[in-house]
Design a protein around this ligand. Structure first.
Ligand code: UDP
Length: 469
């Protein structure tokens, strides 16, 4: 059992989005299980949506404790966020700096001064606040180390990146496979993403002020890239997969209510028979793509569990499934707004995951031993898909083509059907499953006592203790 390190108080700060909250909250639980007092914070507007996590303001985890506190981003809790990304990020920083500083001061007034701050680099200003108050600060990088390398090389102009007129040009970076245009995060290469590119690159603004860069990956998965990037940027400690490092799966940071009854539905399905379909928390598909995907799922004859979420207020409208789909899908599949994904991927009825390849989803399926149909949409999803398929060998990537009836570029229903077949029953299916199991076992070993990620967490806690004494 971990001994209580009651003098240490770690404060985590998450960017207010599901894909950031999950890894930060998992790290929070992991550190609390080491006997630390840990406070998880994000903005009030998103915090009040994390009902399952925050209904109990404080939870004991082993000898440690996990608490929740939120800071203002300048919006009223129920006020729709109508600003564009640049304005919204500016307001988050302006209001957040002040309110977050107050939150830290409150901890001292309560007799629980903060010993260490961990932010995720989408809120780089938290590092400035830490420096002003003279509190050591570390960051948790929530994407792969390969993506860290790509962004870093772009930001520091250490390599030539193709522009849209150079689609045949390959990108070669140390320790990474040669990347084609479509494997590179398109925030870097395509013009419509200007403001997102600025946000992405601002992650490196304060990275050198952090005493450590933790990453939700593990040594056995990205060893060479971790070594290369530790040499040229900052020391990187892989501590993942974080969702496996913590046993308190019941404290979930979902901002949508999960349909837990889908687990009973999975219980009623045959082992290794269901395709799980989800595009994470941000991506919305066009109506044309929804039409093709739903027809492809039905055509595949495979039972499916499909997450079709309603976007948060003002981030889009509820996706419209094609007319008649619900009736046709009766008895063949289940459509939910949100699901407990960790448990779904661990369920024996699930045979494969058709995913948008966000980094959390990629890590979760890779280390649950679930084969992948990669259906990336944008950003680092393209790079994650490349690695899942060509480097880790755990699936197959969908191809987009022009639809015959209207010339719109989509993944067609035939392609959806083909990919599901290939990954579950095709000639490569056995090898894909073998690779998936290999990575699951490697991840289990990394987080087990004495494993690479377990050791890195212990070293990190030692670092905090040393700096606090
Ligand atoms: N997730 C979930 N239930 C769902 C869909 C997604 O719990 O129905 C979780 C998933 O387990 C992952 C996160 O939401 O931890 C999505 O993060 P990811 O990086 O995959 O994608 P993003 O939402 O950032 O695009």
């Amino acid at each position: 059992m971990e001994s209580k390190k009651s003098n240490l108080h770690v404060l985590l700060v998450s960017f207010p989005a599901q894909g950031h909250i999950n890894p930060l909250l998992r790290l929070a639980k992991c550190l609390a299980s080491k006997g630390l007092l840990v406070t998880f914070s994000t903005t009030e507007t998103i915090g009040h949506m994390m009902k399952e996590a925050t209904n109990t303001k404080s939870t004991n985890i082993g000898q440690g404790e996990l608490r929740f506190e939120f800071f203002s981003d300048g919006w009223e809790i129920d006020e729709p966020q109508r600003a564009n990304l640049a304005t919204w990020m500016h307001q988050l920083e302006t209001a957040g700096r002040e309110s977050f500083t107050e939150l830290i001061n409150r901890q001292s007034e309560m007799g629980k001064p903060v010993s260490c701050i961990i932010n995720n680099p989408f809120v780089p200003w938290a590092t400035d606040v830490a420096a002003e108050i003279e509190i050591p600060c570390a960051v948790l990088w929530v994407q792969s180390c390969a993506v860290y390398s790509i962004y870093y090389h772009f930001q520091h102009q250490l390599a030539s990146f193709p522009n849209p007129d150079q689609r045949d040009m390959m990108l070669d970076l140390p320790s990474l496979p040669s990347l084609e245009f479509d494997d590179i995060p398109d925030f870097l290469t395509l013009n419509p993403f200007d403001s997102l590119r600025k946000v992405i690159l601002s992650q490196f603004k304060n990275l050198d002020k952090a005493f450590c860069v933790l990453v939700d990956s593990f040594e056995e998965l990205e060893r060479e890239t971790i070594e290369v990037m530790s040499r040229i940027s900052a020391p990187i400690k892989p501590v993942g997969p974080l969702f496996r490092s913590t046993k308190n799966a019941s404290i979930r940071g979902d901002i949508w209510k999960a349909a837990d009854d889908c687990l009973q539905w999975l219980d009623s399905q045959s082992p290794n028979s269901v395709v799980y379909v989800s595009f994470g928390s941000v991506v919305s598909l066009s109506n044309e793509q929804l039409e093709e995907l739903s027809a492809g799922l039905l055509k595949s004859g495979t039972p499916f569990l499909w997450v079709v979420k309603t976007p948060p207020p003002d981030m889009g409208s509820k996706p419209e499934l094609p007319q008649g789909f619900k009736e046709e899908a009766e008895g063949k599949g289940m459509v939910v707004e949100w699901c407990p994904q960790e448990q779904v991927l661990a369920h024996s009825a699930v045979s494969c995951f058709l995913t948008h390849c966000g980094w959390n989803s990629s890590m979760e399926c890779l280390t649950s031993g679930v084969p992948v149909v990669a259906f990336p949409q944008w950003g680092d999803q393209n790079t994650n898909a490349k690695f899942l398929i060509d480097v880790y060998g755990v699936g197959i990537r969908t191809k987009k083509t022009q639809r015959e009836k209207d010339g719109i570029v989509v993944v067609t229903r035939d392609e959806v059907e083909r990919c599901i077949f290939e990954v579950t029953k095709g000639p490569k299916a056995e090898e894909i499953k073998k690779n998936a199991i290999k990575w699951k076992e490697a991840a289990e070993a990394a987080v087990a006592d004495g494993g690479s990620s377990h050791r890195n967490i212990e070293l990190f806690v030692d670092d905090i203790q040393r700096m606090a004494s």
